[in-house]
Ligand binder design. Structure first.
Ligand code: 4FV
Length: 239
């Protein structure tokens, strides 16, 4: 079972998310265990202060090192004493989260996710207690909570037993190193638009060829970076 611990100043943000959909199912089926920790529990002053003004001046506030390092070491153990898994800070400075990274994290037994707020965290938190930084994209959010949820959702659906039909993992976007092609369901005609005949032909071979062509075509047009310069598929990931 994968254990994920989250450190945040907004634990309430995770309540609904952890009870719904795949993540909710994974937890109820004891395939995933998630603990959410309020960073303020590691403050010692009566105002539970977790931030302070940046050295060198400048706008905004920075998260203090003491509460964060104590919280991380309490939840993940000291770096020196051999942790069961990586401590990950969600931040724009991190390595971009993609399906390959999600699949890698889904194979861990313990993840600790640190959610920054304000302008970011004191660099000594990263130097002393963080194993890696992960970004969900080149844009600035107000906190690491939504990125942490994206990571938890991406990982939880790869856990064996979570998805009703693991088959769907092999054909979805990025799993096959490409975008997934167009999808259709009933009715066969909607507002004059018809579902492609081949999908209603029952000819599985023809369906597979059509889907592969549509996927390659869409990937070539929208995400050529996913394809080899030769236009061939880049690589395949094993969930
Ligand atoms: C972010 C991202 C992100 C930056 C300052 C939190 C915010 C604030 N995290 N991928 N993009 N974080 O924008 O992971 O502390």
């Amino acid at each position: 079972m994968l254990r994920i611990d989250v450190i945040t100043i907004f634990p309430g943000l995770f309540e609904a998310f952890l009870g719904e959909s795949m993540v909710g199912i994974a937890r109820r089926e004891s395939l995933l265990d998630v603990g959410v920790h309020d960073l303020r529990d590691w403050t010692s002053d009566r105002h539970h202060v977790v931030d302070d003004a940046p050295y060198g001046g400048g706008p905004g506030m920075v998260m203090k090192p003491e509460p964060l390092v104590e919280a991380i070491e309490a939840v993940a153990g000291e770096r020196s004493s051999g942790r069961k898994g990586p401590v990950i800070l969600l931040s724009p400075q991190g390595a971009r989260l993609d399906q390959e990274k999600v699949a890698e994290l889904a194979r861990e037994e313990h993840l600790v996710l640190v959610c920054g707020r304000y302008e970011g965290v004191d660099q000594r938190v990263i130097d002393l207690a963080v194993d890696e930084e992960v970004s969900i994209g080149d844009y600035v959010l107000s906190g690491g909570e939504v990125p942490a949820m994206a990571l938890i959702e991406g990982v939880s659906r790869l856990l064996p037993g979570v998805l009703g039909n693991p088959e769907s993992l092999t054909t979805e976007s990025f799993q096959a190193g490409m975008l997934e092609g167009p999808q259709y369901t009933r009715p066969a005609v909607f507002r004059g638009l018809e579902v492609p005949q081949v999908l209603r032909s029952g000819d599985h071979g023809a369906v597979e060829r059509w889907r592969a062509e549509r996927a390659r075509d869409l990937t070539r047009r929208r995400r050529p970076d996913l394809l080899e310069p030769s236009g061939e598929q880049m690589k395949e990931y094993t969930p």
